[in-house]
Design a protein. Structure first.
Length: 261
């Protein structure tokens, strides 16, 4: 029995190392690429009177730890699926991958919204507060979280294998999109403001999550604004802020007017 457990443990470690290594590579590749683009476009900074870049190394150290927690959950789900311990996944095909990717995106956004709202309750906020020390977030801020924060927000990547017949490739694609879009969403620079990122579209742009960091109590969603609009937690100045970026390339009167100061 002990030898079997040791063999399974060693096998799981390999899964973990693959997932963690790939995640860290994406983290740094995205971080350095977005930083280089931002330096060429200073006029696109959202919060004109704040600069969070001095927290870069604090956020990187915190992120490497949190990404380990996230990778451990995703890797265990993958390991369990390969061992036949989960719901049998759909066979990979031209329709199953995009279908399960879309379904998982919607489900994860709901998971993230309510988990994020939970973390803002007084009894849980101490585990989320370190993430909010980045009032002006940067590309490195996305994963700067505590272990409890990461478990609540990324626990989906462990649970989903057991409740959906999702092919591993579809979930890996979603996790990649989540990582890259999350880092861009924390970058503090706006490049994606358009009619597709404001009402009545459910899509969002960088300003959406930046407002969450500068005001603390709005815009809890991850991929979409649907839950925030249904629950009345979308920032009242968000749509106007997007329109201003569309027309002038920067928000009205910087952070003070559009983001509530």
């Amino acid at each position: 029995m002990l030898s079997v457990m040791t063999e399974l443990g060693s096998e799981y470690v390999l899964y973990f190392l693959v997932v963690y290594g790939a995640t860290v590579a994406v983290y740094f590749a995205t971080g350095f690429a977005v930083t280089a683009i931002n330096r060429r476009n200073p006029e696109r900074r959202i919060q004109k009177d704040r600069n969070g870049e001095k927290r870069m190394w604090v956020e990187i150290r915190s992120s490497l730890s949190a990404l380990g927690v996230s990778a451990a959950m995703l890797a265990f789900g993958w390991f369990a699926q390969m061992r036949g311990w989960t719901i049998t996944p759909l066979e990979v095909s031209w329709w199953s991958l995009p279908l399960m990717f879309a379904v998982s995106m919607v489900l994860y956004d709901a998971w993230f919204y309510w988990g994020h709202r939970l973390l803002h309750l007084k009894m849980f906020y101490r585990w989320h507060a370190p993430h909010h020390r980045s009032v002006a977030p940067t590309v490195w801020s996305n994963d700067s979280s505590t272990a409890v924060d990461t478990i609540i927000e990324h626990g989906y990547y462990l649970v989903v294998w057991f409740v959906l017949p999702i092919p591993a490739l579809a979930l890996f694609a979603q996790r990649l999109f989540d990582q890259v879009s999350g880092m861009i969403g924390h970058s503090g620079f706006e490049y994606f403001a358009s009619p597709s990122s404001r009402w009545p579209s459910p899509m969002i742009c960088t300003s959406f999550h930046d407002l969450h960091h500068s005001t603390f109590r709005y815009n809890y969603g991850n991929f979409f604004s649907l839950w925030d609009r249904m629950m009345g937690t979308v920032h009242p100045g968000y749509d106007a802020m997007v329109r201003e970026f569309e027309g002038q390339g920067e928000p009205a009167q910087g952070d003070k007017t559009a983001a509530g100061g």
